[in-house]
Each structure stands twice: as C-alpha cells, then as structure tokens.
Design a protein around this ligand. Structure first.
Ligand SMILES: [Zn+2]
Length: 429
C-alpha cells in the first residue's frame, strides 16, 4: 500500500543559507500577495478568480515586463509557483466552506500576508531533494545541515521504498524546519493481529489520554514530564510577555521567547502523542474517539486548553492513519454523543457536567473517574458499531452514533516525526 508520510527535520543553515531561506519565504509571500491582488481585481470586474495555472502564466509575463520584479531570479521558481497553488487552494476552500462542504470553522476570504505577521514558509516540488547523514539537499540551497540524523528517511530512500514528492521549508520561532512529503510503500496487514480487540479513548485536558478496553482494562497516559515542565515555562513566559509595553524592544524579545517555548511544548506533545497512538493502533483493532469540534475549540483563551485542543486534532489524524497501517479501524463518535455526560452503567444522561468535576457520580450508584466513564461509553460504540445507540434517551441521532473515519481531515501533521500528507496532490501546473 502506498501512503503519504511527512518527515520533518530541524535545519542548521549557514548564515548565507539562512539569508536564502528568508529570501525564498519572502518570494512566496510576495507571490501570494501579488496573486491575491490579481484575483481581487478580476473578481471585482468579472466575478471570478484566476487558477494557479493562470496566475503562473500572468506572473511569467509580468516578471519579464516589469523592471521592479527583476529580482525574481534570485529564488527558485518553485517558491512562486507553489504560492499560487496555495492561493488557488485557499480560494477553493473559501468557496467550499461558504457552501458548507468543508468541515471545521468557516473560512474567510484569503488575506494579504504581512512580513513578520505570517508564517515564513515556501515549498519545492521539483528539483534535487535528498537526504544523507545529518544533511539534506534542496534545490538552490544545496546541502543544508540538519540538527538530527536523517537516517530514518535516508534508509527508506536508499531501499527504494520511498520517494520525496515535495519539501516544505518553514520557520517556527527562530528555527527553520524542512518537512518532506514522501510517498512510502508500506506493508499493511489485511487483518489486525488482534481481531475483536477494541478500546474507547478519551482525549484529556489534564492527562494525555484515558482508555477503556474490551477486557475491562483502563489505560491512563499522562502527559510526559518535560511537557508539564515546559507548560510551566510557557505560563511564565506568557505572563512576562503580557507585562511588556506594546511596541517596545522588550516586548519583541519576550514574544520571540514565548514562541520558542510554544514550539518546544508542541514538539514534546507531538512526540508523546506519536508514542501513545502507535501503541493504541498496534494493540487494538478498533479505536473509538470523540469527534470534537477542534476548529471551534482552539479559540479558547486558556493556555492548557489550547495546547490540549491542538493535541485532539493531532491525535485524531495520527490514529486515522496508524489504525489503517495496522489493519484496524478508527471510529469517531458523533459530535452529539454525550460521552462524558452519559452514565456508563445505567445510561442516564446528566444535563450538565462542568470540566472541574473530575469524578462522575450517578444516581444509580456509579462513582467513577470522569475520563474513564467517558472512555467506557466510547468503547460501547465499538461494540455496537454503527447501530442505534439508544441508551442515552434519544440524544444520539439514530444510526449516527459512530462513524468510521475513512478520509483524513484536511491539514498536514505538524511538529511530529511522521504524519500523512492529507491532500491529494494536484496535477502539476
Ligand atoms: Zn447511572
């Protein structure tokens, strides 16, 4: 089975390479803004936009005609081309979102990107892309040192079981990363080695996850210690940052520090999630999780909450492909399934259960950890499959209690070692 997987490495560029990285990111931003301006002009006049291919043609004319654009040759043509593709996709997503054809938060019209206010990133989709030892090779930039060994990808490339499709270079805090989208040949078993095994998983705010399996075992995975330590640092950094005067040099410095701590927390968390989800997919044929409105939730201002929310989306994506790789299935509960408010013993539903209440207690006599109760309810969905679950007094819509997640959610894996590239590659322009 051919799957798409992302391999991400931190870069250690020379000062000259760093300047080129910035230049390419600037070129991608310029192309996006240039394309967006053309699209807005055309939309005002004719009511439609340009496609990525149109924009590429227009750009090729403009860059030769306009002496102000003579610098274009300093950067790989990929930087411009891929920015147009991103814009094309953003416009189509905007239309889909407006029609309600796209999951998640409603998207606004694409906006102009401002230097320092947007994510610095660009992509190569053609040219020489390789890795060996603690280096990678990219078009234009040549051999760039990485902070870690690239062995896990290099081995697959050497064996011919992987092919690099594209490389996205981006900056988080002060650190540059490359993320290769790789087509990997994976041996996927037809059946899970442990048929009939199932686990309900509650993704937590305080703990990483809580699972209840078919044999009655409870698994509680706490966030790793470094995560808790970094969370403390994050709180401190954000407190310090909020006290600095707006527009001051100190505020700029504290913002950079805050971004670094943020990036570190995200990395540690992604790493822990990878380990946990790999274990789950290996040991259980069926994994059931909640369907959380991830896009809607990240707007919460509380720090711990925001971090946890990012984890929900990540965990779901990881579980989706890892269960597939192991011959298993991921089921997501319907959004309206009240996993935490439902009594796992008698099926009564509580009207309200504030997050601060960590213990679930029911009139029937059940007293149970809140997360374990939720996990047990989710496990029942694995057993009942997509059948009607009527234990909770009609709150669940018939036939919709559980659904098999076949396609992955849009968005690429971030901050982790592996992930799947989620979108189909568009035909090369
Ligand atoms: Zn009860």
């Amino acid at each position: 089975m051919k799957v798409w997987q992302a391999y991400r490495f931190a870069l250690d560029p020379t000062p000259a390479q760093e300047r080129m990285l910035r230049s390419h990111a600037g070129a991608a931003r310029f192309a996006w803004n240039w394309g967006l301006a053309r699209c807005r002009e055309r939309h005002a006049a004719e009511g439609k936009w340009y496609t990525a291919i149109d924009l590429h043609k227009l750009w090729n004319q403009a860059k030769r005609a306009d002496p102000g654009l003579a610098w274009w040759g300093e950067n790989s043509k990929c930087a411009y081309q891929e920015a147009f593709r991103d814009l094309d996709r953003a416009l189509r997503d905007f239309v889909k979102s407006g029609k309600g054809e796209r999951a998640g938060r409603r998207l606004g019209f694409p906006r102009f990107k401002k230097r320092g206010k947007c994510r610095d990133s660009f992509r190569f989709s053609t040219g020489v892309m390789r890795c060996a030892g603690a280096t990678i090779t990219l078009p234009r930039l040549g051999v760039v040192a990485t902070c870690e060994s690239t062995r896990r990808l290099a081995r697959r490339l050497d064996a011919g079981t992987a092919r690099i499709l594209s490389a996205t270079v981006s900056r988080t805090a002060q650190r540059w990363h490359v993320s290769f989208t790789v087509e990997v040949e994976r041996a996927v078993p037809e059946r899970h080695p442990l048929p009939g095994s199932a686990i309900g998983v509650d993704l937590g705010v305080k703990s990483l996850l809580t699972g209840a399996d078919h044999a009655g075992n409870v698994t509680a995975m706490d966030g790793p210690k470094p995560l808790r330590a970094s969370l403390r640092r994050l709180r401190r950094a954000s407190r310090v940052h909020s006290r600095k005067a707006k527009g001051s040099a100190n505020r700029r410095k504290s913002a950079a520090r805050l971004a670094r701590v943020h990036a570190r927390v995200a990395d540690v968390r992604a790493d822990a999630l990878h380990k946990a989800t790999t274990e789950l997919a290996r040991h259980y044929q069926t994994v059931v999780i909640e369907d959380l409105n991830v896009a809607g939730m990240t707007r919460n201002r509380r720090l711990a909450r925001v971090i946890a929310d990012q984890g929900f989306g990540q965990a779901r994506r990881m579980l989706a492909y890892k269960t597939t790789w192991n011959g298993g299935t991921l089921i997501t509960a319907d959004r309206w399934f009240p996993s935490s408010k439902l009594c796992s013993a008698c099926g009564a539903v509580k009207a309200k259960l504030p997050l601060s209440e960590r213990v679930f207690s029911c009139d029937c006599g059940l007293v149970l950890d809140r997360d374990v109760n939720a996990a047990r309810n989710l496990l029942k969905l694995a057993v009942s499959g997509t059948e009607r679950v009527n234990a909770c007094g009609g709150t669940v819509r018939p036939g919709l209690a559980g659904r098999v997640l076949v396609n992955q959610e849009p968005g690429t894996a971030q901050g982790g070692q592996t992930g799947t590239a989620s979108r189909q590659r568009e035909a090369a322009a």
